[in-house]
Design a protein around this ligand. Structure first.
Ligand code: SF4
Length: 521
């Protein structure tokens, strides 16, 4: 079987052997392309473009961050360290030299805080809802499952860096969630069959595709064994010829879901059951307070799209200490302060409904700062209507733009007279059901026209009478061709009082002419 060059590297030296024998003696000026791959397996990230700048990604398999751990981090970073809360609830520390990042890795590891297997070809941190086990409608405890699932692969030679590509896992047992998990390679979604709660297995999701339901009802006690079988299936049968076609999604696309299930069955000792219904609802995206099972409260501290300074992080930890509270990292780039006795808090944060990827300050693939772009959106109006936004800096889609009501992907464009920044615009996702990803409606909207277009979309939605943007799209938008939707929005932006149901699909030239008229500077 043909193998890509990273696979050939792994055959020569496994990442775990590298960790034991090469990393302890590695010097900054010895770092080559191969080292960049190996280092990623231990959460140490740099790029060829900026080889003196290092980031450390710390692993949180949705455990609470103990206040001791927070203190440890705070004691070992400086005022200039940028703290980034990722869209998978991981903590990244940016702005180190190689020597600094390596000594931080070893120091944190000594205190039980690992950065292992947080990047590249690994089972990344297992995510769940930030209110796992404690929400009013939490059905079963997922912590014991996550601990056992993590033990299958973490810091093990046969798993560390040995999967064909990244592998994202989610499990959720709260009826009401903060964010959807359809973009995970493997998702155990709360499900009910007759009177029994268990999970439905979804597989093959990624940032740009929803996972597929396998019609497998998994009992609580079978989750770990089935998860191990999914991992084994991917390890053994995953595609390794091309890095761009190596996710679990591609294996399932190649062999089909039924064949994938046949392969899966060979690694799973029991016969599984089918049937049941996935149970999933969502909190309002700008909600700040959550009542907990034990009568206490959780507060969602909205970060500035995942970015925090040391001083801001220290303030939150200090507050948690004073109130005997704990802190959890959310998969929505926000922090959750847990166990408050009253829904009152003396620190403030600005609610928003936006998830923004790392952007150009932290990621070489981004053409501009998506977090800065997010801050310029009409946040108050989006909040008022609970309209979620996913902002990705490139098509890799870390801002989960296809799982949001309105999604953006940053681009550079030149069709309106000059080279400038802009976005592709997506909408229409049926994200709460996980049945229909957002469609690409506009290929190139200049940033300078983006808010005018969004305000137009919001005007139309407000007049539609629908309670949710999702229902509005499902009933009024998604049945029409993408270009017709775009044409309709442009006509409305121009001030014409047209109905989409009465419009004919325009010729492509007509559409382009109108787009040019409205988007030219
Ligand atoms: S979406 Fe693209 S630009 Fe944004 S963090 Fe992911 S890879 Fe980087």
């Amino acid at each position: 079987m043909k193998k890509n060059k990273i696979e050939k590297l792994k055959e020569q030296l496994s990442p775990w052997e590298y960790y034991q024998h090469r990393l302890p003696n590695l010097k900054a000026d010895e770092i080559k392309d191969a080292d960049i791959f190996y280092l990623k397996n231990f959460g140490i990230y740099t790029t060829k473009q900026n080889p003196k700048n290092f980031m450390l990604r710390l692993r949180f398999d949705q455990k609470e961050m103990s206040l001791d751990t927070a203190e440890l981090i705070l004691d070992n970073i400086n005022e200039n360290t940028k703290i980034l809360l990722t869209a998978r609830g991981q903590l990244e520390l940016h702005g180190f030299t190689f020597e600094e990042v390596l000594s931080l890795h070893y120091l944190f590891k000594k205190h039980g805080l690992t950065s292992c297997q947080t990047l590249t070809d690994n089972a990344r941190a297992i995510v769940t809802d930030p209110l796992y086990d404690i929400a009013e409608d939490s059905i079963v405890h997922v912590t014991p499952l996550i601990e056992k699932m993590q033990k299958l692969f973490l810091e093990k030679k046969e798993w560390c860096g040995m999967l064909p590509r990244k592998f994202n896992t989610a499990i959720a047992a709260n009826k009401t969630l903060i964010t959807p998990f359809w973009g995970n390679d493997c998702y155990f979604a709360l499900a009910k069959k007759d009177d029994t709660y268990g999970f439905h297995l979804y597989v093959g999701g990624k940032n740009t595709h929803f996972a597929q339901e396998c019609d497998i009802f998994v009992f609580y006690e079978d989750v770990v064994a089935l998860y191990e079988a999914v991992l084994q299936t991917y390890l053994v049968h995953g595609l390794r010829a091309s890095r761009t076609k190596a996710r679990l999604y591609h294996l399932i696309e190649e062999v089909g879901l039924e064949k994938f299930k046949e392969l899966l069955q060979t690694y799973y000792p029991k016969k599984w059951q089918s049937g049941g219904k996935t149970v999933v609802h969502f909190h309002e995206p700008s909600k700040q307070w959550f009542k907990l099972k034990d009568g206490g409260w959780a507060y969602r501290y909205f970060t500035k799209f995942g970015e925090m300074t040391k001083a801001e992080f220290a303030l939150i930890i200090d507050f948690a200490q004073k109130h005997n509270a704990t802190v959890r990292l959310g998969i929505d780039q926000n922090l959750y302060i847990i166990n408050l006795t009253e829904p009152n808090i003396e620190i403030d944060s600005q609610p928003h409904t936006i998830l923004a990827c790392a952007g150009s300050k932290y990621c070489i693939y981004s053409l501009f700062d998506t977090k800065e772009g997010a801050a310029t959106l009409p946040i108050a109006r989006l909040n008022r209507h609970n309209i979620t936004v996913g902002y990705s800096g490139c098509l890799k889609g870390c801002g989960r733009h296809i799982v949001a009501d309105i999604g953006f992907v940053g681009i550079r464009l030149n069709q309106y007279g000059k080279v400038e920044r802009g976005v592709r615009l997506y909408m229409g996702a049926l994200h709460s059901k996980g049945t229909f990803p957002a469609r690409l409606i506009f290929w190139a909207v200049p940033l300078r026209k983006l808010n005018a277009l969004i305000e137009t979309i919001l005007d139309i939605f407000e007049k539609s009478g629908y309670d949710s943007f999702e229902a509005f799209c499902e009933n009024e938008i998604n049945q029409y061709e993408e270009e017709k939707v775009a044409y309709f929005l442009l006509l409305r932006m121009k001030g014409e009082d047209v109905k989409i149901s009465e419009l004919d699909l325009p010729s492509h030239e007509t559409f382009l002419a109108l787009q040019k008229e409205l988007f030219s500077s």
